[in-house]
Ligand binder design. Structure first.
Ligand code: ADP
Ligand code: ZN
Length: 763
């Protein structure tokens, strides 16, 4: 073993190997699904490279197989020779602060994701790879004049050294070679000799942060806004955790309150993070926020690697005091966060759909709690979880903005009952009342928004002669017809095929029928109804890049669009003053079958989309087409009556032992053999029951539902079964899950198992 040098000068400088001595101890979490930490060491010279959050390669097991891992902590401490050294440090960027490591630890525990994987997910790939930075090489002369004099140098070497000797500063390699006329190999020769030293630094390529012309609003905020702002400011000044629910209909001035609260934080020299659920929302909001602060970092999925990496660097250095972004912005490495804002806190898209399956709002709350700073959760239709927390938890406070600003009213909402429509009419998705409202609006040169919750042209293709539906060959789901792309597409696994015109059954070959309109079909109908109107469709087929949203927003703002048609993505947040009419097609519970949050979602959708109408001087109105007009969620949304809705829905949830009164975890097992899955699921269910009973001395506190087939029973060729675990509290749930895992209850080689804590969707 080599001798180990210590830096502590009270200790002997050299210690015999094997003696306990001081060394760099690096605790790492493997990126593989292993939930354990391992300790390695590294020589002092490279120690500065290993920072928490960075990737390293370490030898694993007895055979020393090399595998990637993430650094969790670095300390100095007693060391002995059994400690293996780190094989390689992979990165020089993307470290995580102690605070973020701690947050990662919580995410890993709470959402059942191995720590290494969780930490890996917290640093964007582009940041780790230091995209957007160029390596600049500098050289300087080490050899002294005497040595040089004494040596016999080649002509090129001489020229190179002459140039270096002529200056005391170091030289950029390119410039040196040019000036001296020497080649790279000449330089390399001198470096190898130890006469010249080369250093490398990374400097950012040019990067422009979002900057907009500064605009200060010409209005004073109203009393309700001021009252809410005062409470939040008190929270900011107190520098303690507190969760505020800012509850106000769309157009009540919530964003203005966020901006002013963030201003308070920035003035105090700290940073604010504002989270928005979808990229579509960042376009307009970003502009609004950028107008009010000197430097704003915008983080969303449309950024290039370079932009993301450079934005991250600026945030880390505290150069951008305000960060606005979607999901990944919650891990923004701000050095001194003073406030976190979560806009539209009820949005299901805040839930990460891959492991770690965290909920951004809940991670944000945890981050605020760990930092001891306030968090503002804003919504017109709060999640039942947050509403309930405000009723029962001391650290939560509800702030109300009861009215729209400037005494604007909420638009009237009317239901169009689609149940009585005659057969031939059924192929048309736009009802007569909606059609005439669209006509009126168009004639008045005002804008309309039409919302449909489905993509594509037709949601089913059916052969009437042999009675079969065209399905994905790997999922038990129908193929969706996308006419403009000339394909049928599975919305679950993205399998696609050319559009079939005849039944694919060899013996049949019948002519296919299509039905069930999606956004594409509605676009078709609208174009036929209003040949003179400028119609724009916004769904994930057309909004393929961030720039498309910016374009959409611009066109809407300039009045270049008469009818904006789109899926959910246009329902929220967008603020177009001249939208006078909103139409909703297919406001039903279909498609959300089996999900206990279906009515909550429906209420939210109608309320949100209604909020798009009449945001400025124009009076708005809303028409909602439905096959289920008597649903309470729809009835309440007619009068924008969130309170009545939430009261009845909470009562229902309580009675049914459902969240927010309980905590849920969903376990999905999938594999090739159905019978094995059933047996396996049953074994897990039994194990959960018995462990839960043991923990609670006989009385089972965790209810287990299933195993039963998932709503989407077959996906990508695998069968899927689910178990739902319902417990009174998060800690009870997590204790039971931990105990089941510790007992090996989740282990199996023949299938995959997914644990989703606090699921937002049960498909
Ligand atoms: P929300 O976020 O609740 O939907 P916004 O903050 O976007 O509401 O406000 C809606 C519109 O009203 C915005 O255009 C905003 O500039 C404007 N606004 C906000 N507060 C006031 C106010 N006190 N007086 C007049 N206009 C306001
Ligand atoms: Zn499929």
């Amino acid at each position: 073993m080599p001798r180990q040098k210590t830096v502590d000068h009270t200790q002997p400088l050299w210690v015999e190997a094997g003696d306990p001595s001081e060394a760099v101890l690096v605790s790492v979490a493997p990126i593989a699904p292993i939930d354990k930490l391992y300790t390695y060491t590294i020589d002092d010279a490279s120690a500065h490279l290993v920072l928490p959050g960075r990737r390293v390669i370490v030898p694993f097991g007895r055979k020393g197989r090399l595998a990637p891992a993430i650094v969790v902590s670095v300390t100095r401490g007693p060391w002995n020779s059994t400690l293996k050294p780190i094989a390689e440090v992979l990165e020089e960027a993307g470290s995580l602060s102690d605070h973020l490591i701690e947050l990662g630890q919580w995410i890993s525990d709470y959402y059942y994701c191995p720590l290494g994987r969780t930490l890996a997910a917290m640093v964007p790939e582009a940041v780790r790879k230091k995209r957007g930075f160029q390596t600049v090489r500098h050289v300087r002369l080490l050899a002294d004049a005497e040595t040089i004099e004494a040596a016999r140098l080649g002509a090129k070497q001489k020229q190179l050294i002459d140039v270096l000797q002529g200056s005391d500063a170091s030289f950029e390699v390119g410039a040196l070679l040019e000036e001296s006329g020497a080649s790279r190999s000449t330089l390399r020769g001198l470096i190898t000799k130890g006469w010249v030293e080369e250093t490398q630094t990374k400097v950012p390529v040019t990067y422009e942060p979002v900057q907009a012309e500064r605009i200060t609003p010409d209005y004073a905020i109203n009393d309700a806004q001021q009252a809410a702002l005062t409470r939040i400011e008190e929270g900011i000044d107190a520098q303690a955790f507190k969760a505020f629910l800012l509850y106000g209909v769309s157009g009540s001035g919530k964003t203005e309150v966020y901006i002013r609260a963030m201003q308070r934080v920035v003035d105090a020299g700290r940073q604010a993070i504002m989270l928005v659920p979808e990229i579509a929302l960042t376009a307009q909001l970003m502009k609004r926020v950028a107008q009010r602060f000197d430097r704003v970092a915008v983080i969303h999925s449309g950024l290039s690697g370079v932009q993301r990496s450079l934005a991250w660097e600026d945030i880390r250095n505290g150069k951008t005091p305000v960060v606005v972004g979607t999901r990944s912005a919650i891990f923004a490495p701000c050095p001194n966060v003073g406030l976190i804002v979560v806009d539209e806190e009820q949005e299901p898209s805040y839930k990460n759909l891959q492991s770690p399956r965290f909920h951004v709002r809940d991670v944000a709350i945890m981050r605020a709690q760990k930092l001891g700073v306030p968090i503002v959760l804003g919504s017109a239709t709060p999640s039942l979880e947050t509403w309930n927390n405000c009723l029962h938890r001391k650290s939560y406070e509800r702030l109300n903005l009861p009215n729209r600003v400037m005494e604007r009213s909420m638009p009237p909402v009317k239901l169009v009952d689609m149940t009585h429509r005659s057969a031939p009419d059924k192929t048309v998705t736009i009802s007569e009342p909606l059609r005439s409202a669209l006509t009126e609006t168009f004639e008045r040169k005002q804008q309309s928004v039409v919302l449909i919750n489905r993509r594509g042209f037709a949601s089913w293709l059916f052969c009437p002669s042999c009675k079969t539906r065209i399905e994905c060959r790997r999922c038990n789901a129908g193929m969706i017809l996308h006419r403009s792309r000339g394909i049928v597409l599975c919305h679950h696994c993205h399998e696609q095929a050319p559009i079939p015109h005849r039944c694919p059954q060899m013996s049949c070959g019948g002519k296919l029928l299509t039905g069930g309109g999606g956004a594409e079909r509605v676009e078709d109908e609208l174009k036929q109804m209003f040949p003179a109107a400028r119609i724009m469709r916004a769904d994930s087929d057309t909004m393929t890049h961030a720039t498309k949203y910016t374009e959409l927003v611009k066109k809407m703002e300039c009045g270049e669009v008469d009818i904006l048609l789109g899926t959910q993505m246009i329902a929220k947040g967008l603020d177009f003053p001249s939208v006078a009419l909103v139409g909703v097609i297919g406001a039903d519970l279909t498609g959300a079958a089996g999900d206990f949050r279906a009515s909550e979602r429906l209420f939210q959708l109608v309320t949100q989309v209604a909020g798009r109408a009449g945001r400025a001087e124009i009076e708005g109105r809303v028409l909602v087409q439905t096959l289920t007009p008597s649903l309470p969620a729809l009835r309440c949304s007619l009068t924008h009556d969130y309170c009545s809705f939430v009261e009845s829905e909470l009562a229902f949830r309580k009675e049914q032992y459902l969240p927010p009164f309980t905590r849920m975890a969903r376990i999905v097992i999938s594999g090739k053999r159905e019978s094995e899955l059933v047996a396996d699921g049953t074994a897990i269910a039994n194990r959960v029951r018995s462990i839960s009973e043991e923990l609670e001395a006989g009385a089972s506190v965790v209810r287990v539902l299933g195993p039963h087939p998932c709503v989407l029973e077959r996906l990508r060729g695998s069968y899927r079964f689910e178990l739902l675990l319902v417990a009174r509290s998060a800690s009870e749930l997590s204790n039971v899950l931990a105990a089941v895992r510790a007992s090996g209850g989740f282990k199996s080689t023949s299938r995959t198992l997914m644990i989703d804590v606090d699921p937002v969707s049960l498909s």
